[in-house]
Write a protein that binds this ligand. Structure first.
Ligand code: NAP
Ligand code: HSE
Length: 419
């Protein structure tokens, strides 16, 4: 193993408690020989024999008796280099590291092929939800044109708490970090990096084409205001950090951002640290996978499932597409996608304001689905909320910019999906 933090210790404990069953059911006697850590003297929650811990990766990489490496140290480096070395020397690698897979999948894949070894990463996307295997195996004959998921447990926990208890962002962030769900760097969760890494992996598998991380639009939840969550809720929407991948012919959009979804949409009911992936394929139609997307034990379960799978299937599984660092020349990722928009204005308290807003939206081809004016809370501005039908991203931005700021100011704008 490489890493004995939250996830690594979860793997250790789950393997200890299931070793006998794994032996009985699969005739596999899985033993941990070494665990790479940064600081071998650090006190661990789980009872790991101290002689297993090492700070020297070569004790794993140069040991010919070690056939499989579980990487749960995180970060791009040194994890990528260590996994490349392990794969090149023929060791199977099982990883929970979405950052390393999203950024360096082409390098890992090439090393795996050179070493005739398997690279497995079920735990890297949505913890316990078997989404990678489902895409690789169960749905392989489908042409998937939509993957839309809540793929980050920390941010879903924060947004659920903000919505249920009407508490501000900063306060609930601290609670989420205490649960052991958050990435070592909390910005990775709240600014949407973690979700964007996961979307890069998911969309690539779903669309059978590498969608490099750099093509994914990303916006986090740190600027989300409770006022908007409450207003959206009153209008029948729930706010989520969504990872959206859509494909139309050879054009795709791939984006992570906060979005309102109608309360009747299956994703709206996904609460707390749970994750879900909603997708559409030509054969399967709509479907959704739901479960625990983070935490030591759910993630450890996915890792051990990969370990067992890898040891029972001797033929390594490689991606069905050309795994290069760049997007295939025949494909493009657009930044002018279509979705609905929730826009909250603070408007002057005088005649003609609604007409002005509606005119500017209309002039840019943006059609209004709902228009709601709240009672003025002060003499400074009348809150007006507009929800649009689906419109082009660039048209919505142009329409918003055209609104005269002496008449109405945009306080917030949030995309609407699932309509
Ligand atoms: P963590 O608690 O920070 O643990 C990281 C472990 O790796 C620690 O044991 C650390 O050693 C070791 N490590 C880190 N850098 C090292 C280096 N340069 N050399 C040697 N050892 C090093 O992180 P975590 O929450 O377990 O996450 C691990 C991975 O799982 C990440 O890729 C994360 O994205 C992924 N993941 C996490 C979750 C979750 O719910 N937390 C779920 C799914 C996937 P020390 O203990 O000595 O510091
Ligand atoms: N920090 C991640 C999350 C861990 O909150 O979803 C699971 O990948």
């Amino acid at each position: 193993m490489m890493g004995a933090g939250n996830v690594g210790q979860g793997v250790w404990a789950l393997l200890e408690s299931t070793r006998a069953e794994i032996l009985h059911r699969h005739s596999l006697d899985i033993r941990v020989k070494k665990i790479l850590v940064r600081d071998a003297s650090k006190k661990r929650e789980k009872d790991i024999p101290p002689d297993l811990l090492t700070q020297n990766a070569d004790e794993i990489l140069k040991d010919k008796d070690i056939s499989l490496v579980v990487e749960c140290m995180g970060g791009e480096q040194p994890a990528t280099t260590l996994m490349v070395r392990a794969l090149e020397s023929g060791k199977i690698v099982v990883t929970a590291n979405k950052m390393a897979v999203a950024l360096n999948w082409h390098l890992l894949d090439a090393a795996a092929r050179r070493g005739n070894a398997g690279l497995h990463f079920e735990a890297s996307v949505c913890g316990a939800i078997p989404i990678i295997r489902t895409l690789n195996d169960s749905l392989q004959v489908n042409r998937i044109d939509l993957v839309m998921g809540i793929v980050n447990g920390t941010t879903n926990y924060i947004l659920s708490k903000m919505s249920d208890e009407m508490r501000p962002f900063d306060e609930v962030l601290l609670e989420a970090q205490a649960l052991g769900l958050a990435e070592p760097d909390p910005a990775s969760d709240v600014e949407g990096f973690d979700a964007a890494y996961k979307l890069s992996v998911l969309a690539s598998l779903a669309f059978h084409a590498r969608i490099p991380y750099k093509h994914i639009f990303r916006e986090g939840i740190s600027r989300v205001q409770v006022t908007d969550i409450a207003a959206g809720k009153d209008l029948g929407y729930r706010l989520k950090l969504l990872a959206v991948g859509k494909r139309q012919g050879n054009t795709m959009d791939a984006r992570v951002h906060p979005a309102f979804v109608p309360e009747k949409h299956p994703l709206a009911s996904v609460q707390g640290a749970y994750n879900a992936v909603f997708l559409h394929g030509d054969a399967c139609g709509d479907m959704m996978l739901y479960g625990r997307g983070a935490g030591a034990t759910p993630t450890a379960g996915a890792i051990l499932s990969d370990v067992i799978y890898a040891l029972k299937h001797h033929e390594p599984l490689y991606p069905s597409f050309q795994n290069t660092a760049e997007l295939h020349a025949d494909l493009s990722v657009t930044d002018n996608w279509q979705c609905g928009y929730y826009i909250r204005f603070s408007a002057a308290n005088r005649p003609g304001v609604l007409g002005h807003i509606a005119t500017k939206l209309g002039e840019h081809g943006v059609s209004i689905s709902t228009l709601f004016q709240r009672k003025a809370e002060s003499e400074h501005g009348v809150p007006i909320i507009v929800i649009t039908h689906k419109a082009n991203e660039k048209d919505v931005h142009a329409a918003i910019s055209a609104v005269d700021t002496n008449i109405a100011q945009v306080e917030s704008s949030i995309r609407v999906e699932g309509i």
